[in-house]
Design a protein around this ligand. Structure first.
Ligand code: OOG
Ligand code: MG
Length: 262
């Protein structure tokens, strides 16, 4: 790790304030060029502790930058991971207050909900599927706190992988005959199709992304608990939204999910 504990805590507080006040800040590596990926995750851990101190619960984790479309859009070539807290969850077909966010973008994702605890580092996609109780269509609202939505991997992991809000559609019990890679995903903005993909866009299989997340956490001696929600990553590029917009996604065999912005 490249930064000392005091700096890690100060940066976690800086990012937290940017999140709470919906204020754009320069990416952290501008001021701290020695901030590496390990330090980025240390800041994310300190941020997680602060969110829990505020009374929120951790309800799951997310994978980010797991599809080619997302990596190309953001100019990054490796996935990253973040936590999902109770305050980020929004009702399906509900509304999000846009003033609480800096410059939100919406992604269509496949969510998995575990029915058993899982701990890495040697978890396979098949292990994930064996432990999966439910699947659901999801919309993730990401909101980089960094100016112009521009960052590098250490900065974005310090900002909890741009996590802001998420919406789950109805959960379906996961049955092993569901072939996830060929599930079609259609993302619409205000009734117009804006992006399409198959779930295989995420590392060939969304469970591969979930396994990578669990192995990442396992290396840090953390497990995912039964009931945890896993967002496996946007299957297409993220779509910018403003007040009045409604985003809708349908995932074949899983159903629909929508959210509007006011
Ligand atoms: C990082 C988070 C990406 C995804 O699903 O790929 C993400 C970002 O693009 O700001 O959530
Ligand atoms: Mg995402």
């Amino acid at each position: 790790m490249t930064l000392n504990a005091t700096t890690i805590n100060e940066l976690a507080s800086y990012v937290e304030q940017a999140q709470l006040t919906a204020t754009a800040i320069p990416k952290l590596t501008n001021q701290h060029p020695d901030l590496d990926l390990a330090a980025g995750y240390e800041i994310q851990d300190a941020l997680r502790a602060r969110v829990c101190e505020r009374g929120e619960r951790i309800v799951g984790f997310k994978c980010g930058l797991t599809s080619k479309a997302k990596m190309v859009q953001m100019g990054v070539n490796e996935p990253g991971y973040g936590f999902l807290s109770s305050g980020m969850a929004c009702d399906n077909h509900g509304a999000i207050v846009i003033k609480e966010l800096v410059h939100p973008r919406v992604e269509a994702e496949v969510a998995l909900i575990l029915g058993q605890d899982l701990k890495g580092p040697n978890i396979s996609a098949q292990d994930v599927l064996n432990a999966t109780a439910f699947v659901a269509p999801a919309l993730e609202v990401i909101d980089s706190r960094f100016e112009a939505f521009k960052f590098d991997l250490p900065s974005v992991m310090a900002d909890n992988a741009s996590s802001a809000r998420f919406v789950l559609g109805e959960r379906t019990a996961y049955l092993p005959d569901l072939h996830m890679p060929t599930l079609g995903v259609v993302l619409e903005k205000n009734g117009e199709v804006v992006a399409t993909a198959a779930a295989a866009a995420v590392m060939g299989h969304p469970a591969e992304a979930a396994a990578a997340l669990i192995n990442h956490l396992g290396k840090r001696d953390e497990k995912l608990e039964s009931g945890a929600i896993i967002l496996t990553g946007g299957v297409t590029e993220a779509i910018a939204v403003s007040a009045g917009d409604r985003m809708f996604a349908e995932v074949h065999a899983l159903g629909e999910v929508s959210v509007s912005f006011k």
